[in-house]
Design a protein around this ligand. Structure first.
Ligand SMILES: [Zn+2]
Length: 404
């Protein structure tokens, strides 16, 4: 094979091919470099003499379905200039890798369209080799995202493996990117984040999060100037849980069969926004029937729908009046779940009103969570957590398919 073909087809430059042979269905090229080109890999001097040699084999780009390898004798050189005794560098492969860089680029490219397993089978290599290759590539590009520009962030936890394990995510709300993935769901999970944040000198102005105490202490301590905004999605989520509890209790306590049957199957209707009820499927009618039979459920439902208007007020003053009014009526309703909700909102009043200072929500977190859910079904999530976390960091930026 010509030197030019070796370069243009296989990405190996400055070598000559001395021999081509076929072994067990593979093509093996023996290549070498002229001794005049040898340089000390420590200082670059040409005043070197050979002290031994090993031949290494590198996997190279396949020709169709046929695997190819290059065999290269690598001399060990003693340098008269600096005294080092080192192996000559191999410019077409990364240190300690048994494949060429062009093979690596090709495998990574295939990984954007195929599963790791498919790539491995196609190239005739092990699953681990492709996975490790992807992991190093992801690590190089995404392991340490820049934090300097962070202004508004959201912090949230996600559960993995049916709640057996949690990860804490930090999202840049301006770009939608995941900038940190930590282990666990408590404030401790953020420790490595703070450690990287300090030297970045980022000026974080606001943090969106849920009303649980998990992250609040840590955020107050590490970002004393940042505004904490309790997120509307989390408020809605909490309210929906309460509403489900109430419906379940009513269903259990319902004395007559009619009432039971009307309540049955209304859970999702209660949680839907009123504007999302499907008229054609009779959802609105079914919900109204259920509500007509259950005064407490009806009150709770309409209070839930009404609370959504808290985030649609023209300004902070209106929002304050609205929230206080809502809390007062919820307490007066005599319905336990509404009273619980009122208590929670009263406790988090300033963080709820902070929305009118910085209008952020962790809404973008939702999209990220959905993508992670797709990834969770892939086995690698549980085989290699480091890889899984890198995939999350890369979720918005890479062209990698979300395949295992
Ligand atoms: Zn040297």
């Amino acid at each position: 094979m010509s030197t030019s073909l070796l370069y243009h087809a296989f990405g190996i430059r400055g070598y000559e091919c001395t021999r081509t042979r076929y072994e067990g269905g593979s093509v093996i090229f023996s290549i070498r470099r002229e001794p005049e080109t040898w340089r000390c890999s420590s200082c670059g001097s040409a005043r070197v003499i050979r002290r031994g040699q090993v031949t290494r084999r590198f996997r190279s780009l396949p020709i169709g379905a046929r695997a190819t390898f290059v065999d290269l004798p690598i001399p060990r050189l003693e340098c008269h200039h600096c005294g080092a005794v080192r192996q000559v560098e191999v410019p077409f492969a990364d240190p300690r890798r048994s494949y060429t860089r062009s093979f690596q680029r090709y495998a990574l490219e295939l990984g954007r369209r195929m599963t790791i397993r498919d790539v491995a089978v196609h190239l005739g290599v092990g699953w681990d080799l492709i996975k490790d290759m992807q992991k190093r590539d992801l690590s190089r590009r995404f392991a340490r995202p820049k934090l300097k520009h962070l202004r508004h962030i959201a912090i949230d936890e996600i559960s993995i493996g049916r709640g057996h394990r949690y990860l804490t995510l930090v999202l840049d709300l301006q770009t939608g990117r995941v900038v940190f993935v930590g282990d666990g769901k408590a404030g401790d999970a953020l420790k490595p984040f703070w450690k990287r944040l300090r030297p970045s000198r980022a000026k974080i102005e606001a943090v969106a999060m849920d009303m649980s105490a998990a992250y609040r202490g840590a955020v107050t301590r590490h970002l004393p100037k940042a505004k904490i905004v309790f997120d509307r999605f989390h408020v809605a989520q909490l309210f929906n849980e309460k509403l489900s509890d109430l419906r379940r209790d009513l269903h259990r306590e319902a004395a007559d069969v009619l009432q039971k049957s009307v309540l049955k199957g209304t859970r999702w209707l209660l949680l839907k926004g009123a504007e999302n009820l499907d008229k054609e499927k009779g959802e609105k009618k079914r919900l109204e029937e259920a509500l007509a039979l259950n005064k407490p459920l009806a009150t709770a439902y309409y209070m839930k729908e009404e609370l959504r208007q808290f985030w649609e007020q023209p300004g902070k003053r209106f929002a304050t009046v609205f929230l206080d009014g809502w809390i007062r009526r919820a307490v007066a309703s005599g319905i336990r779940v509404l009273q619980q909700m009122a208590k929670t909102l009263a406790l988090h009043r300033s963080g709820l009103l902070a929305y009118y200072d910085v209008r952020i929500t962790s809404g973008p977190m939702e999209g990220t969570n959905n993508k992670i859910k797709t990834m969770k079904r892939q086995a690698y999530g549980f085989r290699d957590w480091g890889f899984f976390k890198l995939k999350i960091l890369a979720i918005h930026e890479t062209r990698y398919e979300l395949v295992g």
